[in-house]
Design a protein around this ligand. Structure first.
Ligand code: KG4
Ligand code: ZN
Length: 330
């Protein structure tokens, strides 16, 4: 008999449920996205996000259990994101898990969403080896960390303002590309000429990031050039982002000499980011670990796989929301 963890993720605007075994095989997973609900606001509207989670969560649990035929007896524990994230969204997942845990008599563990992203690289196949350099690029975070083993992290740098994903989303909004912004900018960028010279913020300095100046520079360019070409602006913006990410990652690989290098978070779904990171890995002779495409953006399979680590290490966490959890926290 195979044991499964039921993973539940509601930290932002995706209601995600998954059943994952100890080796990272995904028996079933479903994500209900909320793009239609938030599109008119140009970003996630927290109150509406919580309400949509509330409506979707139990039917999605039922749907995943029904589709896989996994029995309650085969579920070893329930893992649910406790932070970081929007407090109202987190509360829906956490309170639902509290009820399910009580009703089913299963242990429930609150999971750090950022550790979930890191574990996404081991879904379906084990990829990560230590020591590892980790580049986390999502809507909420941009950071570089050095990790000697599963539980130790040295934060090398983070962003002083916007995250990479956030700046993709804001540029998409300026260009009228709608939500989700990142993939839209990425597609336009592939067809454009990166000829506009946007700044590459903090490229010469260590491992800290800053993206708000780049975003403002794109806004100024659009104001001054009303007949701008969407594809060229996208391509030039992406080129600046990639130059910054690539330079800092290369610097960190040379300094820390990791065995592997993981790129995780929603922006790791970008084919251009993946290619740029592969080029660096090849040049520097480091093993690149990327999550399978479908597990790069927020999902519950990564939360379930992280839950297995918490179980193995007997790490017990509560079900209180922790909106500001950091990578090194359990
Ligand atoms: O990890 P994620 O799903 O949510 C957070 O934890 O924040 O990341 C979402 C971010 C959004 O900013 C989205 O625009 C970006 O990831 N993203 C992409 C792509 N797919 C998602 N950015 C660039 N290219 C993509 N293909
Ligand atoms: Zn995320």
């Amino acid at each position: 008999m195979t044991d499964f963890v039921l993973g539940i993720e509601t930290s932002c605007d995706d209601t995600a449920i998954a059943l994952v075994d100890r080796d990272g095989n995904v028996a079933g997973a479903k994500t209900v996205a909320q793009f239609d609900i938030h599109a008119e606001f140009g970003g996630v509207y927290p109150e509406l996000a919580s309400r949509a989670h509330l409506e979707a969560i139990l039917p999605t649990v039922d749907s995943v259990l029904g589709a896989t035929g996994v029995l309650l007896a085969d579920i070893k524990a329930i893992g649910v994101t406790r932070g970081p994230g929007l407090i109202g969204s987190l509360l829906v997942g956490l309170s639902t898990v509290q009820a399910l845990s009580f009703a089913w008599g299963k242990p429930a563990i609150g999971i750090n969403h950022l550790r979930g992203h890191l574990r996404s690289v081991d879904l379906e196949e084990k990829r990560l080896t230590y020591p590892a350099l980790v580049l986390l690029v999502s809507g909420g975070h941009t950071l570089l960390a050095y990790s000697k083993d599963k539980w130790s992290f040295e934060l090398l740098g983070t962003t002083r303002d916007d995250s990479v994903g956030e700046s993709y989303d804001k540029v998409a909004r300026m260009l009228g590309l709608g939500m989700p912004g990142g993939p839209a900018v990425d597609i336009c960028a592939k067809q454009g000429n990166p000829a506009i010279r946007f700044p590459k913020p903090m490229i010469k300095e260590g491992y800290e990031f800053s993206f708000s100046g780049l975003k403002s520079s794109v806004a100024r360019h659009l104001e001054n050039n009303p007949d701008f070409d969407v594809n060229d602006v996208s391509a030039s913006f992406v080129a600046s982002c990639l130059a910054v990410l690539s330079t800092k990652v290369t610097r960190a690989i040379k300094e820390y000499k990791p065995a592997s290098f993981a790129v995780v978070g929603g922006v790791a779904a970008s084919p251009q980011v993946r290619q740029a990171m592969q080029d660096i890995a090849t040049k520097e002779g480091v093993c690149l670990c990327l999550p399978p495409l479908k597990w790069a953006t927020d999902n519950a399979a990564m939360i379930a796989l992280a839950t297995w680590d918490y179980l193995d290490q007997d790490i017990q966490t509560g079900l209180e929301p922790k909106p500001n959890l950091r990578l090194g926290d359990a």
